[in-house]
Write a protein that binds this ligand. Structure first.
Ligand code: R5P
Length: 294
């Protein structure tokens, strides 16, 4: 019998870690984490490690976590790990994929390279890839696997809301809307979005009849919440009976939940890739299957 693969997790992500360990038959150990008064982090891993180690760390609030990944990956190697996989359900720093103005850091390239230097394999879910077409281009690890939660969200939406009209709030959501709608033969449409700032977006509804429909807005990320809020407002003004929301990554920064709710949104659902009160769908089986394929 080969020694079991060990899943290393951090306490704030224990809910998904337990489900993933169960679904993928992995041994499990928590990384002890101490934060000094000045903000430095000290980590402690199990003193001896098997040759294959998986680190679970979703990269919402990414800055401190990138340091955690640096410390844990280098320490895991020093303690005997030979093959390291990062499972980062939410992959941060993917938006800035070009320098939009002279002198801007191309964060996607820099962070992607950094992670590829630390890990042999990287698995993520619905990464925000816009101008590059594969995760491998953004994170050039030996194996870079991008999974999609759209079919899982589609199953859940279908179980909660009969005959939902699926709407994507912007052009980029088309890929997830198409995959999700196909799964259950649902009506669907995609809005056009113009972003004017972090919290200012203009949205144009698609040419789809929404009157008296139960609409579900489906997207990869809710961050400030303004994209979903603006789309929901327009849908309700156009006569939608109700608007619910399903997202892969429930970042919901600062007052985002309030922003979305005050736009008239009813139910809010998300996957457990980012821990949040809206978590309704587990990505554990999806990630477990990808780990088996490695
Ligand atoms: C962007 O294109 C993404 O798909 C999301 O729509 C966006 O990140 C949501 O951001 P916010 O919640 O801040 O409007």
């Amino acid at each position: 019998m080969p020694p079991p693969t060990l899943l290393l997790y951090f306490e704030d992500e224990s809910a998904l870690a337990f489900k993933l360990a169960d679904a993928a038959s992995l041994a499990l150990a928590c990384v002890e984490r101490h934060v000094f008064p000045d903000g430095e982090i000290k980590l402690r891993l199990p003193a001896s490690l098997p040759s294959r180690v998986v680190v679970l760390r979703s990269l919402h609030h990414p800055n401190a976590k990138l340091v955690e990944l640096l410390l844990s990956a280098r320490t895991a190697h020093a303690l005997g790990a030979e093959h390291l996989t990062l499972v980062a359900p939410y992959m941060a720093y993917m938006r800035q994929d070009v320098a939009f103005a002279p002198g801007e850091a191309v964060s996607q390239k820099i962070i992607g390279r950094h992670l590829a230097d630390l890990f042999d394999a990287v698995i993520t879910v619905d990464p925000h890839l816009h101008r590059v077409s594969t995760l491998q281009e953004a994170v050039p690890a030996k194996q870079a696997i991008a999974l999609t939660a759209a079919p899982l969200l589609a199953d859940f939406v279908h179980s909660q809301c009969a005959n939902a009209l699926l709407i994507g709030p912007d052009e980029e959501s088309e890929q997830w809307i198409t995959a999700a709608a196909r799964q259950h033969g649902l009506d669907h449409g995609v809005c056009r979005k113009t972003r004017h700032g972090d919290r200012q977006v203009d949205i144009r509804l698609p040419d789809v009849k929404v009157t008296d429909r139960n609409v579900v807005l489906l997207d990869d990320i809710a961050s400030s919440g303004h994209t979903l809020a603006q789309a929901a407002r327009l849908l309700l003004q156009a006569g939608a009976r109700r608007v619910d929301v399903a997202v892969t990554h429930a970042l919901f920064s600062q007052d985002a939940l309030e922003v979305v709710r005050s736009a008239g949104v009813g139910r809010i659902w998300s996957t457990d890739g980012v821990p949040h009160t809206s978590n309704s769908v587990s990505i554990a089986p999806l990630v477990a299957e990808a780990l088996r394929r490695l």
